[in-house]
Ligand binder design. Structure first.
Ligand SMILES: Cc1ncc(COP(=O)(O)O)c(C=O)c1O
Length: 374
């Protein structure tokens, strides 16, 4: 066995190097420069929103969104438990408490049907996560929020290019947030952004991002702000990524299609569900394992693939079961059966635009041969 199939590789084959060199040669390497402005303009077009604020990562994007929305100690924010920990960590950064809500088995995203049951007098808002590239049911979530006087943040870190009823993910709530970490569809290594339409909220975000400086009076700081800016060098990478977004996304869709074709019909294996109103982003291919039918558990499958040179990763461990959150969650008697079921059964297969058909066929053959029923 010599083949190695890694989980994620950034696709930097276009103008990335050229634009980074250009940024370096220009000496604009901090957070001012042409690439920052260009990226923010082009990303607004991509998400169909008026404004984009680039920031240093996706966690900071969430943190800044909550600061701008004035979330405070004692507030509660409804979040899914089936997500990356950054979603809930950001709530803690502002002293508020994440309250975990179960996911809808048909989308794996926060369940509108469950949301209302968790609203209390302290609830201020909802963070809906477009999990594994699949958009959350944003119309239903926005409606519940409007009726209850809450705001909604859409965490679209994993959903670059997804659409919901034809509208781009990340542009569907009061604020949308993105990550450009190295394993994301569009990447600059470490980076993030906020997407929004509200001009006064945008001004507040820009002020807080830049140490709180008054945009009309240099070195006058009316509020305590942060240094959350993204560099011109990172934005140079993102500009090059955006030039090739259609190609990068199409290649990843082709990877998804081949996995689906080759893994079709294996008893005990399942794919990520897709709602009829959703066009998910091809972020990481998801597979669920029903151990009773397939004959091996998810963890056994991961070990077997690893032994054969294929890197995978398990689905997110439900956040309400992790040490930073489990005590509070238990006190609230949270019961999230769908989250726990999906999390325990799922794994991500290698997904990136450099995967060859032979790589995919190799992974699928291994899985098919491992199945007890074949
Ligand atoms: C759903 C979700 N939210 C937030 C983040 C945080 O992004 P970053 O790693 O850029 O801080 C991630 C990313 O990796 C994510 O998957």
């Amino acid at each position: 066995m010599s083949r190695k199939v890694v989980l994620a590789i950034p696709d930097l084959g276009g103008n990335e190097e050229k634009y980074v060199s250009d940024a370096v040669r220009s000496s604009w390497i901090s957070s001012t420069g042409g690439y920052v402005n260009r990226f923010e303009k082009e990303f607004s077009e991509f998400t169909g929103t008026q404004h984009t604020a680039s920031v240093c990562n996706g966690t900071v994007a969430l943190h800044l969104a909550l600061l701008a929305l004035d979330v405070r100690p004692g507030d509660e924010v409804l979040v899914p438990s089936l997500t990356y920990i950054a979603t809930a960590n950001a709530v803690r950064y502002v002293g508020a408490e994440p309250v975990f809500v179960d996911v809808d088995p048909d989308t794996w995203c926060i369940s509108p049907a469950q949301l209302e049951k968790s609203i209390t007098r302290r609830t201020k808002g909802i963070i809906a996560v477009d999990l594994y590239g699949h958009p959350a049911d944003m119309d239903a979530i926005n409606h519940i929020a409007a009726v209850n006087g809450l705001w909604v943040v859409e965490d679209a870190a994993e959903a670059h290019s997804a659409t919901y009823k034809g509208r781009p993910a990340g542009g569907l709530a009061k604020i949308g947030t993105f990550s450009f970490y190295g394993n994301k569809i569009l990447t600059c290594g470490e980076g993030g952004s906020l997407s929004l339409n509200d001009p006064s909220l945008y001004l507040r975000i820009k002020t807080l991002r830049g140490q709180g400086m008054d945009p009309n009076r240099r070195y006058y700081f009316p509020v305590t702000g942060y240094n959350f800016r993204l560099t011109n060098v990172a934005c140079a990478l993102l500009c090059a990524q955006l030039e090739r977004k259609d190609e990068i996304i199409a290649r990843r869709h082709a990877v998804f299609k081949r996995y689906q074709e080759k893994l079709q019909g294996i008893a005990g294996l399942g794919f990520q569900p897709v709602a009829e109103w959703a066009s998910p982003a091809p972020w990481m291919f998801c597979l669920t394992v029903n151990a009773h039918v397939f004959g091996h558990t998810r963890d056994e499958m991961m070990k077997y693939l690893d032994d054969n040179g294929v890197e995978t990763r398990p689905f997110f461990i439900p956040l309400h079961t992790l040490p930073p959150f489990r005590q509070e969650s238990a006190m609230r008697k949270e019961f999230l059966p769908e989250t726990e079921k999906i999390a325990a059964s799922g794994l991500n297969l290698p997904t990136h635009s450099m995967l060859t058909e032979e790589d995919i066929d190799y992974v699928c053959e291994l899985i098919r041969n491992y199945s007890v029923t074949r």
